[in-house]
Structures are given as C-alpha cells and as structure tokens.
Design a protein around this ligand. Structure first.
Ligand SMILES: [Zn+2]
Length: 598
C-alpha cells in the first residue's frame, strides 16, 4: 500500500477535489440525513471569553441549528441545508435516514486515547471503582480461582490518585494469591502493585536498580513492598508475555469500535508503539478501521521513531490512518506526586516530583523528530513540568527552523503558572486537556497543590483568554470517554455525581459551543485535519455524530441533563460505524453509553 507523504503545510484536499456540489444529475446521493437539528460549526470561533461570533446561528431565544439535512456522495458532503434544498439529492439508491429531530454535529474526535490498551483491558481483571485493598484483593483472588497456577494475572484500574495516601503493599495480596504472579496496574498507569511471585519472576529484590524515572518502594528492612512507581514498571516489559499480532489487531478493533459506539469518528492515539502501529496498519490495509486514527508514536520506541524520521510523516490512502506526531513524557502524574512542581507538594514538604532527563525525556531525539516534520505531543502535568516543556519548545524552535509551524502540543497542561499561560499562544503550542480529569481529581488536587496553586490547574478559560488553542480529550482508558460526560464537565465543572453544586472553580468552565468545538474542529486542528473534518461543509469528509439531545440548547437550559445524552449514530466518511440498536456493541466494554444518572 502506498502512503501519501504529508506536506509541510496543512492538507487542503477540498480545493483539489472539485466535488460535484450542486450537480444532482447523477442518480442521487449515497446517504441523506434529513429532519434533524444540524449544527455545521461553519461559522467563526467564539471570542476568548466564549461570546459567540457575529455569524453564529442564534436568535433572542438562544441557539438554533443552521441546517436540517445533509447529503453524502463517495464519503464526502455534497449538500448541507434545509430538507427541501437537499431533497433533490435523493435518488433510487439513496439511503435516507429520517432523523426525527435528532441533532447532527461534526464528527466528534477524542484527541488523546490509548485504544489498543483499552481493548486489552477488556480482557483483564478490572479494579475500576474498587475502593479498598481488601476488595481489590478479593477480585484478583476470584480470577486466580479460575486461572491455572503459575499463570500471570494482570489487573488494572485502582486509582493511584485517590489511593495515594494508602497504597497497599504485597502482604495481603501474596497471602490470598500465593500461586499466581499478580501485576496490578493503576488507573493511569503510574503505579503498579505486585505480589511476591511477581517480584520473583521479574527478579526484583532490595538491590534492584529502578530504570530512569522510576522507583521501587522498599520497606524499613530494605525489601520491596510490592509498589513500583512511574518507569519502574518497565521491568515487566519483557517478563509478561506480549500479545500476538492477531491479539493486538483484535484489541485495536475492540478499542476503536468502543469509541465509535460512543460517537467518535476519530481518535488521536497517544503513545503508539510498533506493535500498536502494526495492528492499526493491518486494519487499515483490510479496510477495517472503524474510525480514523491519528497515531502519535511513542518516543521511547526509539527504533520505530528513527524509521519514521527517515520516512517522514504520512497518511494511508483511505485517509483513516495518519502518522505525523510523536508522543513524549516530560513528567509524571499529580495524583502519585510524580508531576514536577515549582514549589514543594503541599502534602509532602521537600518533594517536587521528577522531570526532563530525570524522567527519561530524550531531548535530542525529540528535536530530530521535529526536524523531520513531526508534531511533538509532550506530556506535562506540574507547573514546573509545563514551564520546562515550554522552555524546551522555545529552544528547539531555534534548532529546528520551521518546526514552530507543526502545531506542537502539551498533553494535559494540567497545572500552568500564570506567567506561563500566555506562552502557549505565543509559541503556538496547543493545550491538549482532559475535562474529565478536572472533575475526577477535584477531591485531592487541592491537597497536593494547596489553595493558591490549585486555581491554576485545569484552567481552560484562563488558557483560552491568554491565547492558547485547546484540544479536549479523555485520555481513555484512564477516564470514561463518554462524550456527554466530557461535555458536561466542560460546561459545569461538576462530576457525574453533579457535585459540587456550583462547580469546581466554575470560572474555568466553557460554553456549550466551545465544548462542542473543542471536541470537533479544535481537535481536528490538533491533528492537521481541519481542512477535511471538524465542520459540516460541502467538500469535507462526511464525518458526523448524531445525538438524541441538542448540547447547544440543553447545555444552556439544563446542563446536568447532558449526562443523559445518547449517541444515535456515528458516521465516518459516509459509512455507518455505529447505529444505536442496530450495530453490535463491543462485548465487555468497560465504559458504556449512556451514563447511569445518580
Ligand atoms: Zn495518556
């Protein structure tokens, strides 16, 4: 298969295509949606405070859709307008979807996911939502009861942020599960919890050196407690049997289909290693990628990165798989106190976390990738982590001329000192952030940061006002990727439990319009795709998300009701990737649509 090399400037295919808009002489469109509330987003962005642009479809009563119907030919939009305007596109072969008042939005994009590992997690012991060590051990023991002795048990999902002050050790786990090696990975992957057999298999003792950017916790006697932090889990990379290619393909398919079921037409996958890329490529070759994938290659897969630096950014022919981004880590997580702070942690004096070279950040390779035309997405959480990452970009731009145009990103941009907020806009760095993290971390973030610094956390509005472009995402599987959960968090700063009633630092909330834009057009921009997707306009790819409620109206009138929203259809390039009640849901999916309302 021949991939298309990506040009240095954004691809604008529409102009070259000469699409047959206004030429209904053919036998009709492939697909027509009508009778809906269509928001094309084909009007300018709201101002930095959220006030809608002059051209926005609004009246004294508030928002109203700007179209009712859409026609699609060969995967592209050929008409957007009123039902009567689009009617001429209906021919004998046209599939007509009667929307019955459902809402049509530009295809939703999740700009930071880990879909292959999500597919893999579906097969693991889930510790999601488990609150105590005892309950976690019971779940693992139950799995052990049906697993042959000596075989690995891999569990996932205990929340390292919520558990940070009471992390378990190996004692109870070893006692209850003595005959299986157990490797339990935390929700966001920054902590692992091992039993004794697992430590033995990996050869970890009191004298083992942890890899750079990792630590092995020891007890007073100098023995490993069973808790490994940050990069220390690399010690297991070669020990636990890796998935075969067929399993990885299946994991990728499950992860992507689960996202299609939640309304997403594309994902940016943040940290793609060779095995994941092989799986995506195999699905692309077979024409079986359910949604689009923008692969951000994992910089620690150095061999893979070097091959792509040789080759340069590229897009596969059907436009479903793009490789033009590299993902790196600058610091770790706030919950587990690995994020690098400018001042000590409020709840651990003398401690500021780790960053940069101490966390394994490969500066030279990052600059080489930038020179080869790749976007860099760098994970930075703490205020020092963010400052140092901005410093890195600033100096890298002098060493890699032209690189400043490649839409580099800071992934998470979680705590940003006010002095650094304007630097995002000035340097052209996109703040790629997770609305769910704000409403999930609210219970402990202030403990880590104290009352002053916490105000500069998860600061969507401040960053926009200071000129930053935003991209919104879930970081699934660490957070529930449900689209309506994300929209609700953006608009209300409240959790699924609708708390706190007034919102957590509500001055940082955005408007429903900004929320919808962040998940569509702004994410498309972060993946160089705004010429092809992100709005519903003639000539663009027909990527659409159909929902049962109208987030523009509900988000203003009764925002908590957003949580009850459901996706009805997900359409990618005119093909139906998900249709409520028609297509099969992914068996065992961890996060389901719709959300349960408390
Ligand atoms: Zn991530």
């Amino acid at each position: 298969m021949t991939w298309r090399t990506v040009l240095a400037s954004p691809i604008l295919l529409i102009a070259a295509l000469g699409c047959d808009s206004g030429d209904p002489t053919r036998s009709g469109a492939d697909l027509v949606l009508r009778g809906g509330r269509v928001y094309s987003l084909a009007w300018p962005d709201p101002d930095p405070k959220g006030a809608p642009a002059a051209g926005a479809p609004r009246s004294a009563d508030g928002w109203r859709p700007d179209a009712q119907a859409i026609a699609v030919v060969d995967g592209r939009i050929v008409a957007v307008g009123g039902d009567s305007e689009v009617a001429s596109w209906i021919g004998p072969e046209t599939r007509v979807v009667e929307l019955g008042g459902a809402t049509v939005l530009p295809g939703m994009i999740d700009s930071h996911t880990h879909v292959v590992s999500y597919g893999e997690l579906i097969g693991r012991v889930s510790l999601l939502g488990v609150e105590t060590e005892e309950a976690a051990v019971e779940r693992i023991a139950a799995a052990a009861a049906t697993t042959p002795a000596g075989e690995w048990i891999v569990a996932w999902g205990f929340d390292e942020g919520a558990w940070a002050n009471r992390l378990p050790d190996k004692t109870l786990l070893t006692e209850r599960v003595p005959d299986h090696p157990v490797h339990a990975i935390s929700l966001h992957g920054f902590v692992t919890w091992e039993n004794q057999m697992s430590l033995d298999r990996a050869g970890i003792t009191g004298t083992t050196d942890a890899p750079v950017g990792g630590s092995i916790e020891l007890d007073d006697a100098g023995d490993p407690t069973g808790i490994l932090r940050d990069n220390a889990s690399d010690l297991y990379a070669e020990i636990i049997p890796a998935a075969t290619l067929d399993q990885r393909i299946e994991n990728a398919r499950r992860g992507l289909q689960a996202m299609a079921d939640l309304g997403y037409t594309a994902v940016h996958d943040a940290g793609v290693r060779r095995g994941d890329l092989e799986a995506f490529t195999a699905l692309a070759d077979r024409g079986e990628l359910p949604i689009r994938v923008y692969a951000m290659l994992a910089i620690d897969d150095e061999q893979l990165i070097r091959e792509w630096i040789e080759r340069g950014p590229a897009v596969e022919p059907r436009n479903r798989l793009t490789v033009r981004s590299v993902k790196a880590y600058y610091d770790a997580s706030l919950g587990a106190r690995g994020a690098r702070l400018l001042e000590d942690y409020a709840d651990r004096p003398g401690h500021r976390g780790v960053s940069g070279g101490d966390y394994g950040f490969d500066r030279a390779l990052a600059i080489e990738a930038m020179r080869a035309g790749f976007q860099l997405g760098i994970h930075a959480i703490g205020d020092a982590g963010n400052r140092e990452t901005l410093d890195f970009f600033e100096s890298a731009f002098t060493q890699a001329p032209g690189a400043e145009n490649n839409r580099h990103r800071i992934e998470h941009a979680q705590i940003v000192h006010p002095l650094d907020q304007p630097r995002f806009g000035a340097l052209g760095i996109i703040a790629s952030m997770e609305p769910p993290h704000a409403v999930e971390d609210k219970s402990w973030a202030e403990d880590r940061l104290g009352p002053e610094r916490v105000r500069h956390g998860y600061a969507w509005r401040s960053l926009r006002e200071q000129g930053a472009r935003l991209a919104f995402n879930s970081d699934m599987s660490g957070s529930d990727p449900n689209l309506f959960y994300g929209l609700h968090a953006v608009v209300t700063r409240r959790g699924k439990d609708r708390r706190p009633p007034g919102g957590w630092f509500p001055e940082q909330a955005l408007t429903p319009e900004e929320a919808v834009r962040a998940y569509s057009l702004w994410n498309a921009f972060a993946g160089f795709a705004e010429g092809e997707t992100g709005t519903l306009e003639v000539g663009k790819l027909a990527d659409m998300t159909v929902t049962d409620l109208d987030p523009f109206v509900v988000g203003v009138d009764d925002p908590d009701r957003l949580l009850a929203g459901e996706v009805l259809m997900t359409i990618v390039g005119g093909e139906i990737a998900f249709e409520s009640g028609v297509t099969e849901p992914v068996p065992g999916a961890l996060y389901k649509n719709p959300l349960e309302l408390p």
